[in-house]
Write a protein that binds this ligand. Structure first.
Ligand SMILES: *Cc1c(COP(=O)(O)O)cnc(C)c1O
Length: 383
C-alpha cells in the first residue's frame, strides 16, 4: 500500500543517530541545544524549545500563557484532536470557529463575529490556537489583528507547516503570534520519531516553557528561592519552583532532527512539485483542491481534495485503497468526536467543516513518490 505520507531516512540520518548512541549523552546533551538553535535559525525566531511531541508542545504553550480553569480557548474543528485537548489539559473550556470553504483554515470573518458575540455576552477568550491546515498558513496578520484587539493570545499549531512561508517569511517566525509549535511525527515534514518544538520571540515565555518541560526544576542559583549555601539547600541544590512535566526530547532524536532539517527545503520543493502534478491532472475535473492565497507558500504536508457531490467518498476511498493507494481522511471534525459531543457539541454546529469532511480525501504525497502513481490516482479519480 502506498501510504498518504511517510518519513525519508538517509545514511546521514543513521550516522548522526549512531554517533549519539556512541557518545556520553543520550539525553540532556549538546544535540538538543544544537537542534533548537538550528530550528530557531530556520524559522528566523529568537527562541526554540524542543520537546517530546507536539501534543506536549501545545500543552506547554497553553500552560506558559497561564491558561487555567475558567478560561476559554478557541480553535478550529478541522485539526487533530490535540489542538483542542491542550486547553482541556489546563482545565479550560474549548470552543471552535468554523473554517473557510476555500482555504479550509479558520475563517477570520467568523472568528470576528464569534468573538463579538462572546464578549457581548460578557465572556472572554484567553487564547486562540490556529492550525495551518495541510501546510497552508492561516492569514496570520488578519487573525492577529482581531485577537490583539481583544487581548487574546495566539498560538500557531504549525504541525503541518514547517518549511511553509507566510508573506515571504518562514512559518514559525512568530511575527503575528505569541508562539508556534511543530510536530516531528514520521508523517510530518521532518521526523525525530516522536518530537515537537515551540518557537517564540518572547524571552519570558521561553523561560517558562523550559521550566515546565523539565519538572518545574531550577538548577541556576539566580533562580533559587530562599537559597542559603550552608542550610537545607546546599551547594548540590536543585529546587522545584513550579509544577512541571517531563516533556524532554532525547539527543538521539535531536541528532536525527538536525540532519532531517538540512533536507527540509528540498523536500518542500518536491512536495510542491508533486502537488503541481496533482493539480494539473485534476484541473479539468470537478474535484476541489485547497486554494492557496498569494500570501502563502504551502509546505504541502497533505494533498487534500474534495470530491464533487455526485461521487460517493466512501466508494472512492475503498476503490483507491483496493488499488493499493493508502488514501486517508483529515480530519473527522473534532467537535463530532464522542468525547466532544459529551461536552455539549453537536453535529450541525459547524456546517462548513462538516460539509468539507463529507467529501474530503487526502491523497498520497511525500518526497520520493513516483509521478506515475500521481497520474494513476488521478486516472482513478477522473476515469
Ligand atoms: C500531528 C499533529 C499534532 C500532534 O503531534 P504529535 O507530535 O503527534 O503530538 C497536533 N496538531 C496537529 C495539527 C497535528 O497534525
Amino acid at each position: 500500500m502506498i501510504p498518504y505520507s511517510k518519513q525519508n531516512i538517509h545514511k546521514d540520518d543513521i550516522d548522526a543517530v549512531r554517533q549519539v548512541l556512541e557518545s556520553a549523552f543520550l539525553t540532556q546533551g549538546p544535540k538538543v541545544q544544537e537542534f533548537e538553535a538550528a530550528l530557531a535559525r530556520y524559522c528566523k525566531v529568537k527562541h526554540c524549545v524542543a520537546v517530546c511531541n507536539a501534543t506536549a508542545a501545545l500543552h506547554l504553550a497553553c500552560k506558559a500563557l497561564g491558561v487555567q480553569h475558567g478560561d476559554l480557548v478557541i480553535t478550529t474543528p478541522l485539526s487533530f484532536v490535540a489542538s483542542a485537548n491542550c486547553a482541556l489539559y489546563c482545565g479550560a473550556k474549548v470552543d471552535f470557529v468554523d473554517i473557510d470553504s476555500r482555504t479550509w483554515t479558520i475563517d477570520p470573518v467568523k472568528l470576528r463575529l464569534q468573538l463579538q458575540s462572546i464578549y457581548d455576552d460578557g465572556g472572554r477568550v484567553k487564547a486562540l490556537v490556529v492550525v495551518h491546515f495541510a501546510g497552508l498558513s492561516c492569514d496570520m496578520q488578519a487573525i492577529y489583528e482581531i485577537a490583539h484587539s481583544y487581548g487574546i493570545y495566539v498560538i500557531e499549531d504549525a504541525s503541518h507547516a514547517l518549511g511553509a512561508t507566510y508573506m515571504g517569511e518562514p512559518v514559525g517566525g512568530c511575527r503575528y503570534s505569541d508562539m508556534a509549535i511543530f510536530s516531528f511525527h514520521p508523517v510530518k515534514m521532518i521526523t525525530t520519531g516522536e518530537g515537537g518544538a515551540i518557537v517564540t520571540n518572547n524571552a519570558e515565555l521561553d523561560e517558562k516553557l523550559r521550566l515546565l518541560a523539565c519538572h518545574g526544576l531550577v538548577r541556576d542559583r539566580e533562580q533559587f528561592q530562599d537559597f542559603d549555601e550552608v542550610g537545607w539547600f546546599g551547594p548540590w541544590a536543585y529546587q522545584q519552583v513550579a509544577l512541571g512535566y517531563n516533556y524532554r526530547i532525547t539527543d538521539i532524536q535531536c541528532a536525527l532532527g538536525i540532519t532531517q532539517l538540512q533536507k527540509l527545503d528540498s523536500w518542500v520543493a518536491e512536495r510542491n512539485r508533486l502537488a503541481g502534478v496533482y493539480r494539473q491532472n485534476l484541473a479539468q475535473s470537478p474535484v476541489q483542491v485547497q486554494e492557496v492565497p498569494s500570501f502563502a507558500e504551502s509546505s504541502y504536508h497533505l494533498f487534500v481534495i474534495r470530491l464533487p457531490g455526485h461521487l460517493n467518498r466512501h466508494e472512492v476511498y475503498n476503490k483507491l485503497r483496493a488499488n493499493g493507494y493508502g488514501v486517508n481522511i483529515h480530519y473527522i471534525p473534532i467537535h463530532t468526536q464522542p468525547f466532544f459531543q459529551a461536552l455539549g457539541f453537536s453535529l450541525g454546529d459547524f456546517p462548513v467543516v462538516e460539509d468539507y469532511y463529507r467529501h474530503a480525501l487526502s491523497l498520497p504525497l511525500f518526497p520520493g513518490l513516483d509521478d506515475q502513481i500521481v497520474f494513476d490516482i488521478c486516472q482513478v479519480l477522473t476515469g
